[in-house]
Write a protein of this length. Structure first.
Length: 135
């Protein structure tokens, strides 16, 4: 059974991915090359797959927020990479605020409980890293 709220929301959609949290969710040696692991995550993101998996009415824009040693990972034609000059969570909140102000439906991918609380207070929905990093 599907959640009707998820399938009837016709607004433009954005999926914001907490790169550090998602990369760190699978112990595959990411700590040896954080930028490389972040590039692999970026390259694995599929707007069509996320539209299906998250039951979104529209194909979402993809935003990957990076911090620390992953700074400088480039955007692609399908994924906007945003560098967080400070704390990644604060940049994610800023992106959510900006997108919400434009009337978009937002899903944040993270397992960080505090971040989940912050973005749901802004109207975003949250899902865990398994959506983008199956173990």
């Amino acid at each position: 059974m599907t959640d009707p709220e998820r399938t009837t929301d016709q607004r433009a959609a954005t999926v914001v991915v907490d790169a550090a949290n998602c990369v760190g969710s699978v112990p595959d040696g990411w700590w040896r090359d954080r930028a490389g692991a972040t590039r692999r995550l970026r390259d694995s993101l599929s707007a069509d797959a996320l539209r299906h998996d998250l039951q979104l009415a529209a194909t979402p824009a993809l935003v990957l927020v990076v911090e620390g040693r992953a700074l400088g990972v480039e955007s692609t034609a399908t994924v906007q990479v945003v560098d967080a000059p400070g704390i990644g969570d604060d940049m994610i909140v800023k992106v959510v605020e900006q997108r919400a102000a434009q009337g978009e439906s937002i899903v944040v991918v993270t397992a960080d409980r505090e971040l989940r609380t912050r973005v749901t207070a802004l109207g975003a929905r949250t899902v865990g890293p398994r959506v983008v990093r199956p173990s």
